[in-house]
Write a protein of this length. Structure first.
Length: 373
């Protein structure tokens, strides 16, 4: 008999001893129970359930029935829940009133506690459209307030929401203040995307940063096309780059300008966690003082491996500065700049990053050979 365990879980026989880790209530039972609670809340708020959400729940419940589930016969518990929690991303992309929004968020109180985590909650363009001829939509800030109430109480033992997207919802600085306060208490969220909320602006990112500097678990923040100017850039440097634990910061499509980029760059020396920085399309490439600050920030930072400066027109002197610092930072394997720069400089930067990647691959191969020996 082979000592290796089979990768397939055998179906228990009639007289098989029950594993204490097997749930008495698998997903095909839990999902309908949760759906019923959601529909009760909708009735209380006198609002119709979100049709696509209910259909998704029904479809997922069928997929997890033992007779249709070919992935695993029984649903087992690990240390924090099921080994195979239902793949249930919650994606909303239709107009929602305040009552409809509150019904969805309030239903999370009944999210099955034996599931590992809620993978993603994505709300796209559901709030803030005041021109709708139908039922008035929830404002972006009211929606953010409802989400804030949920986030500040969410834990690893409840929903454990890890990824949140609130995109194109008309969120303003007021909504950011709610979300910032939630981040001071939430220890579950790893990814937050607030892109295309153009009214966030400088005040909004300041409010968000005031909360984020007390958060140690968020890893990825996206604030693309959010109307952030140079004052917001300085606050990002002070409260987010310098004080938070982010691994990725995406700021594409704002108007940080020279002063904003300088504020962020000066904070890079104090940062030890940031791996990816996206400053694409931010109107600073022709300002040498911004490029000098960025060069110095990259030089003093030891964590960055990926930088995106695309869609910023670079003068030759600026591109040369960046090439020189790139040569001294072999950890940087991705470095994007706007192609509208002198051909020779553009090609040299591409070749330099390729050389960094090649050196890393060769080092990994040598390491593997030494282990075998």
């Amino acid at each position: 008999m082979s000592g290796k365990a089979s990768g397939k879980a055998a179906k228990p026989g009639k007289n098989a001893i029950k594993d204490p880790n097997i749930l008495s209530s698998p997903p095909d039972k839990e999902i309908p129970r949760y759906r019923a609670k959601y529909e009760q809340i909708c009735a209380r708020y006198k609002v119709a359930p979100v049709d696509k959400f209910v259909k998704k729940l029904n479809k997922e419940a069928v997929a997890w029935k033992p007779e249709t589930n070919d992935r695993r016969f029984e649903y087992r518990m690990g240390d924090k829940g099921g080994d195979f929690p239902p793949n249930l991303p919650l994606i909303f992309n239709e107009p929602m009133s305040y009552a409809a929004t509150k019904a969805v968020i309030d239903s999370f109180a009944f999210w099955p506690s034996n599931w590992k985590y809620m993978n993603i909650l994505s709300i796209w363009k559901c709030w803030g459209n005041t021109n709708s001829d139908e039922e008035p939509q929830c404002s972006g800030d009211d929606g953010a307030m409802v989400v804030h109430e949920f986030l500040k109480t969410d834990t690893a033992d409840t929903c454990n929401l890890q990824n949140l997207e609130l995109i194109m919802n008309g969120i303003t600085p007021k909504g950011c203040s709610y979300l910032g306060r939630a981040l001071t208490q939430n220890e579950c969220l790893k990814y937050l995307n607030l892109s295309h909320n153009r009214d966030i602006g400088d005040d909004g990112v300041t409010a968000l940063g005031e909360g984020l500097k007390w958060n140690s678990t968020l890893e990825i923040l996206k604030l693309e096309y959010c109307g952030i100017g140079w004052k917001g850039g300085e606050d990002i440097g002070r409260n987010i780059v310098r004080a938070s634990s982010l691994k990725e910061l995406h700021l594409r499509g704002n108007n940080l300008g020279s002063k904003g980029v300088q504020g962020i760059s000066q904070a890079l020396a104090k940062n030890m966690t940031l791996v990816h920085l996206d400053l694409a399309d931010n109107c600073f490439g022709i300002h040498l003082e911004a490029i000098e600050a960025l060069r110095d920030g990259i030089e003093t930072n030891d964590s960055l491996t990926s930088i995106d400066l695309n869609l910023n027109s670079l003068v030759p002197a600026g591109a040369t500065m960046l090439l020189e610092v790139l040569k001294s930072k072999p950890k940087i394997e991705v470095f994007h700049i706007y192609e509208r720069v002198e051909d020779d400089l553009f090609e040299q930067i591409i070749q330099e990053t390729r050389a960094h990647v090649d050196r890393k691959k060769k080092g990994a191969k040598k390491g593997g050979k030494k282990k075998k020996e």
